[in-house]
Design a protein around this ligand. Structure first.
Ligand SMILES: [Zn+2]
Length: 345
């Protein structure tokens, strides 16, 4: 464990690799209790043993019989006249370094870790303190999509909590959630990227225009915007707001979890985005008309499934209070079948 980190990458098991990584963060100033604790440690590439310049010792290329390898070989007491080659200088340095080794004289070795509330003795920390201290020392992961959205000014730092709340809202089915997630991560195959990567023509399959950014299909494509126009009366019945660039990207910011009409508006716009996204590589004779039909089919299917689930779980009222709030999206007929408000729009 005191070896330098150059061998860490060779640890085959991910669990032990992560464990060593964590160990290095916590025990960066490890002091052994006594020489017995480390007697079987290799002395080369070992952070406990350093030369006068503070560098660890590199392993020599050959090991003659008198050459030390482990702590229990130190100090080397053979007559220096017997040392050859690199060992002539190396052995006295190793011996000196060995005598400078410091040991913690406590019964219990102490280790320290930097936490948000200062440096603490590891043995006195509870698990959550250790865990959060380790988390805070992790490198910030690169999230290029966040920087891109923020640089473009479409989404600001305080919006992200609402963004993920909308994506993972329970009214949104898992498949739609994954479409929304992929759109926000801007990392999917599209004509714009295929032009960059493979020299394609860069033309959107849906509208035929050239795509100038990856977000074309759900932000600037005339096809999705015509679909939004088509559904405007329905969207306005929930909240009479203009469709903004921000809403196209992240949905409507919900006032609270009781903002059912906002939730329903997001349900419809998310369904539109999902259907358009999943059909972005298909060719249609009339993309707008075909996709509108597909959006309606998608919502009917999803609502019917949710109604079936609710009926079987004794939660019919919950379904009505959410999906069919004010009968805007549809209503339940006397024979328990569903009638949808958007079928003929
Ligand atoms: Zn387009």
């Amino acid at each position: 464990m005191n070896a330098s980190n150059r061998y860490d990458k060779d640890i085959p098991c991910e669990f032990y690799k992560e464990a060593v990584k964590a160990w290095r963060i916590i025990f960066h100033s490890y002091i052994p209790k006594n020489v017995n604790d480390i007697k079987r440690d290799w002395i080369y590439d070992n952070v406990l043993l350093k030369d006068d310049d503070g560098r660890i010792f590199k392993p020599p290329s050959n090991f003659p019989p008198y050459a030390p390898e482990f702590f229990y070989d130190l100090p080397v007491t053979d007559n220096p006249r017997e040392f050859r080659g690199v060992y002539r200088n190396l052995i006295p340095k190793l011996n000196r370094s060995f005598f400078k080794l410091s040991f913690s004289n406590n019964d219990k070795a102490t280790y320290y870790i930097t936490t948000s509330t200062g440096i603490k003795d590891v043995t006195l920390c509870n698990f959550s303190t250790l865990y959060s201290a380790l988390l805070s020392q992790r490198k910030v992961s690169a999230k290029p999509w966040i920087a891109k959205w923020e640089q473009e000014g479409a989404i600001n730092n305080s919006d992200w909590i609402f963004v993920w709340r909308n994506v993972h809202h329970s009214i949104i089915s898992q498949t739609v959630q994954s479409s929304l997630w992929e759109l926000l991560h801007r990392n999917y195959m599209c004509s714009y990227f295929s032009k960059l990567a493979f020299g394609g023509d860069g033309k959107c399959k849906l509208c035929g225009l050239e795509e100038f950014e990856r977000t074309h299909i759900f932000v600037s494509c005339p096809v999705i915007n015509s679909i939004y126009d088509h559904f405007t009366p329905l969207l306005n019945s929930f909240c009479p707001d203009q469709m903004t660039l921000k809403e196209k990207i992240m949905g409507k910011k919900l006032e609270s979890n009781k903002d059912i009409l906002g939730i329903l508006r997001n349900y419809v716009t998310s369904s539109i985005k999902h259907v358009v996204y999943r059909n972005r590589n298909n060719t249609f004779t009339n993309a707008v008309t075909s996709l509108i039909k597909l959006v309606k089919t998608h919502m009917k299917k999803d609502l019917t499934y949710q109604w079936w689930l609710a009926s079987n779980n004794g939660r019919k009222d919950d379904f009505k209070n959410l999906y069919f709030q004010n009968n805007l999206l549809g209503s339940v007929c006397t024979n328990d079948s569903l009638s949808f408000s958007f079928t003929n729009i």
